[in-house]
Design a protein around this ligand. Sequence first.
Ligand code: ARG
Ligand code: ASP
Length: 755
Amino acid sequence: MKKIFTLLTVLVIGLQLQAKEGMWLPHLIAQLNYSDMQRMGLQISAEEIYAVNKSSLKDAVVHFNGGCTGELISSQGLLLTNHHCGYSQIQSHSTKENNYLEDGFWAASRSEELPNSGLYAAIIREIKDVSNEILEGSTPEMSEEERDSIIKVNAQNLLGEAQAKNPGLEFELKDFFFGNQFLLISKVKYTDVRLVGAPPSSIGKYGKDTDNWVWPRHTGDFSMFRVYANADNQPAEYSETNVPYKPAQHLKINIAGVKEGDFTMVYGFPGSTNQYLPASEVANTVNEYNPFRIRIRDQIINILDAKMRVDEDARLQYASKFARSSNSWKRWKGEILGIKRTNALEVLRQEEKLFKQMCEAIPELKDDKDLVAKMDALYAKRIPLTKERFAYIEVGYFGIEAFRHVLNYSNLIKHAEAEDEEALKTEADRLAKRMEGFLKDYDYDLDKQVAINILPIYLETIKTNPGEEVRELQEEGSDNWPEEIAEMYEDAPFFKEDFAEELKKNPAKMAKKIAESDLYELSLEMYSHYFEVINAGLKPINLEIDALQARYVKALQRAFPKKSFYPDANSTLRVAYGQVKSYEARDAVKYEAQTYLKGVMEKYVPGDYEFDLPQKLIDLYEAKDYGPYGENGKMPVCFVATNHTTGGNSGSPVLNARGELIGLNFDRAWDGVMSDMYFDPSICRNVMVDLRYVLFIIDKLGGASYLVEEMDLVRHHPDETVTKKVESEEKSSVKTKAADKTKAEPVMEVQYREN
Ligand code: ARG
Ligand code: ASP
């Protein structure tokens, strides 16, 4: 008994230190987090954050095109998100004459706002626990396959019913904690979303890849859109008659500034995390998978970089591809460092030991005591096949551009083989057009060189039932590969001058040529191998792993009932909360929490590809012309806080204790990017643009003060409101929560929730 007590004490103390970790489900905040949030300074109610039958902050948060977050900041549907989230829309409206990417863009009136086909903004209506309905009919004794198919049927029925009852909404069923919990999420999807403004890239992307994942940061990573609706305020496809959407709630913007220790929360759509991995799989990630993927991307990035430095066309064609490729590459490197520096593996192993001891001490958990060992074994078993999987993803799918592109030709070949003239012609025309688009941003020599350098890594890695083409190459030996690969490119029909013309004129003949080309054959074989061998081979192991992970999370919850658990990110709406906080990254390196325009100027390199600046910004700096947005003669730019965020949180609103907008999330700081697997509050920081910098750029640099006029600005720091409130309350001697907060309060126990 004493043993359990000591273990619990250790754990509870540990948990208090870690209190800020987590991406929480908004509908459970009242139950799980509210007292903790209050203790940290939150001044609004849980219902103001999330409610279903009345408006709440959630109505101002949008899923921006499925991959980013955005927020509504005026009663007229004005939407704020990151520059890197709106990048492709800004790019698509840019021409040489009107280069919005380079010069920025500000719609001077509603009629100048630019429509974007395919872009949407979704607002969550309701999050509902449907675990019982989904799991109905399944039993713990069932095989994973059986359980899976029951869940599928239940899910289909439930989604069908919900959809039939609410034709105006979209429904999504998501599983949490590896299938322990299921939530039905309804949303309204607005499809007329127009570009309103963007700063020049020299501000919105300032520091580019050099500064990416880096603190101190000086990027004004924002862009603005407007959501439009029909006359009934309902979603509608683009139409001139559409009107600005009137949100149920929009965010107020607080320009009083932030200080160390201030409460912050991030409301958004984090994409995916792996918080419940055993130490062994975290070790596999940083020792095996990350280095392997980094090795492949090293090649790609070096080749791209060398060419982009000397070739202006390549620089334009590959800017966005380079950024995409280097973004994860850099993060993987950071993860390796972060896991090492925080001694994460040792900490996790200790926690696993503790878990095992708890299982041994608690009778109902005695069968779970070897769960971690079982997971370790399975994760170890799948290493070789998982490496093959990454080899395909990195080389065949994302690395070699031609390989992925030629996969589009499989239907053409099918139609040719079926001698379906009409379908063949239509498909040939479509592909000819598509090829034009592809070639616009394609550099043949560069891609060939990438292939020569990374295909060998694939060929060396694939051991499980390689197809004929791969086997032949493997047998020939690596000395021949450079020449073979070069020949494969030279012989391929796709890159010949008259390819598109020929394809349209002679689709049957071209289909045959394509089908017989080594490049197409190899790419297709690798693609099929990925599904039929690699994924098929991984499926049974992964099913077993998932089942164990599900059991593990459930057992953890029983073993540590005082701790509240949050599910891994899965692109659903979440709230993370923390504090504005400086940090000590490593020995003798301490970072402040806020950056200023002075720092932007310090990094300035005239004419540089990454660190150039618009003259107007320099002028404003020199004149210290910051309008109402400056602070003691300085212009704040970015700040960091301890919120737990990940990819997908970009563009998320960062709110203060009163739920007012103070920052726009866009990144994490280098030393803590391992937070997807292991969050350490001492060094994990999310990076956001200070809203004052956003407004300064719109108003002073962009001259678009009419946009600021649309917004609701608040000029008091939340602490001031508390002090004022407390003063007036003292007079009337009425006690409120805010006044209570100033007293030392015992740590509230968070409820244990059973799934
Ligand atoms: N690291 C941030 C994120 O993961 C920003 C990425 C955009 N910037 C870049 N240089 N790639 O999305
Ligand atoms: N930059 C990321 C995003 O685009 C955010 C992060 O990974 O912290 O979502």
